[in-house]
Design a protein around this ligand. Structure first.
Ligand SMILES: Nc1ncnc2c1ncn2[C@@H]1O[C@H](COP(=O)(O)OP(=O)(O)OP(=O)(O)O)[C@@H](O)[C@H]1O
Ligand SMILES: Nc1nc2c(c(=O)[nH]1)N[C@H]1C(S)=C(S)[C@@H](COP(=O)(O)O)O[C@H]1N2
Length: 209
């Protein structure tokens, strides 16, 4: 297990998978919801690579491969296409481009989402690592309902901000450390990254490490 995190700029791919939003039937709310949440949660500088595409498996696979292999993303979040309907194929496309499956993320997201909606059981969302010769990325599926983005990433808090159910984003920064990506710092008012003590860096040393 290596903790050689990279000094590269953090690059995050956002993929909204929706027939109707990509076809102009309704306005895409997936990418804006992802952007807003990340802007509040991540304090490390980062660049976004957004993509809006239909529920076509080949196009989803190609988009994910391009984001990791060409655009150099360290993290890719998809939204939409995780349900049981005939055109919902985001999990299949994600598994096809992954080199390692990360089942804990999908399991935890369904647990979290069940606190919000009983239909959470219908989401087949998965997460994978994609490794190429030069780097690796974490690719995770979120449900298509725009409100599900904050729910799954952040979890559930009470009126005083006390965490009732932890969101999955807390596990993302250390996962990116372990696959050799940049050190991600978060805003604790939104989400606190879980890292073992040995992997934590004081804020002032992060640029020099
Ligand atoms: N990108 C999006 N922007 C805005 N709303 C969305 C988006 N994706 C989904 N939704 C909303 O969430 C609901 C459930 O999402 P789901 O992914 O199941 O969509 P869908 O019924 O498969 O249709 P489509 O793929 O055309 O968005 C949609 O009916 C829509 O109201
Ligand atoms: N947190 C959360 N998870 C959720 C939902 C939601 O509103 N919030 N909607 C559910 C519903 S209604 C469905 S059908 C599945 C799959 O949605 P998708 O096909 O839009 O990805 O996600 C589920 N997971």
């Amino acid at each position: 297990m290596s903790l050689q995190t990279s000094k590269d700029e953090l690059v995050i791919g956002l993929v909204s998978v929706s027939d109707r939003a990509s076809g102009g039937v309704y306005e895409d709310k997936g990418i804006p919801a992802l952007q807003d949440w990340l802007a509040a949660a991540i304090t490390t500088p980062y660049r976004i690579e957004p993509r809006l595409i239909p529920d076509e498996r080949a196009q989803i696979e190609q988009t994910l491969v391009d984001l990791v292999d060409q655009a150099g993303c360290h993290l890719v979040l998809t939204t939409g296409g995780t349900g049981p309907a005939r055109r919902d194929v985001t999990p299949e496309a994600t598994l096809a481009i992954g080199t390692k499956e990360m089942p804990g993320f999908g399991e935890q997201m369904r647990q979290i989402s069940l606190q919000f909606v009983p239909t959470a059981i219908l989401s087949r969302q998965v997460a994978v690592i994609r490794e190429n010769d030069s780097h690796a990325a974490l690719v995770m599926n979120l449900p298509g309902q725009p409100k599900a983005i904050k729910e799954t990433l952040e979890g559930l808090k009470d009126a005083d901000g006390k965490v009732l159910v932890g969101g999955i984003f807390a596990a993302v920064p250390y996962c990116i450390d372990l696959i050799g990506g940049p050190y991600i710092d978060t805003n604790p008012a939104v989400t606190t990254a879980w890292r073992p003590k040995s992997a934590q860096r004081p804020a002032s040393t992060q640029d020099n490490a």
